[in-house]
Design a binder for this molecule. Sequence first.
Ligand code: BDR
Ligand code: CA
Length: 317
Amino acid sequence: MPVPVILDCDPGHDDAMAILLAVAHPAIDLRAVTTVAGNQTVAKTALNARRMLSLAGAHQVPVAAGCDRPLSGALEIGDYVHGESGLDGPAFGEPVVPLDPRHGVDLMHDTLAAAGEPMTIVAIGPLTNVATLLRRHPGDRERIREIVIMGGSVDRGNHTPYAEFNIYADPEAAAEVLDSGVPTTWVGLNVSHQALVTADVLARLSALGTPLAELCVELLTFFGTTYQRTWGFEAPPLHDPITVAYLIDPAVLGHVHVGLRVELDGTHTRGATVADLHGRMDWAPNANVGLTLDRERFWDLMIGAVDALGRSGDERR
Ligand code: BDR
Ligand code: CA
């Protein structure tokens, strides 16, 4: 049976690829997409989600804009990575997928209530929407099987030396989700930096020869330029789709069940995730923390998704 999923995102180049994978693969039943302020403002991330769902032909999936700022503190956006639109690079046409008038958190709640079975939330932006859902509707905990999160790192950060962007952008939300009692699986930078969009990957996408594949190449080429400029990476890491790939094929992600905390008070380390990989702290295991990536399986899924959607698509741009 396909996994029923709500995708909470902030597209974002790698979020865009995660949307394509979630739409394309028959193992995922994508019931709703919600967006949050993160890589860009929530209005822009909602527009971008509608663009990608339109390109993917997923006209039936509702998409709604959620929280426009973190639970506390100032809004932090990732425009230095994702550009002015949040999806800089290609030219997009007008999306055919409409904006659902509900607040994203209401769409999440309604979708969970209507499901009649526990659902999985895939959260690949700051965790503001998910934390707000759990604050407003504590009973929804029972309706969520698992939250799979792109965020944090067992090593160093990216937005700051120790903090990964999604967690830094709303550390209180991340801590509340972690402490909610809902099982969580974390794909951090230590995993996503194993998923580099190398020239070889770009060549495989180009060879698909469809307009959708070409758009993906344009997206990932732009993403590559900002990663090169900001962090000196030779190829950009495709963080977010790993969460979806893990749900499709759990063998994609090697993980351990350990104690995990979010740093809220550090002078220079606010937003860092701290994983007790060696049992040095007196912490009960509370989270699945990703460590390894099966690159080959991951890229086969990702490129296969672009291929399948590109071949089934008409003039979507
Ligand atoms: C995360 O932050 C964003 O830039 C990406 O979309 C990803 O979710 C990586 O730190
Ligand atoms: Ca993201």
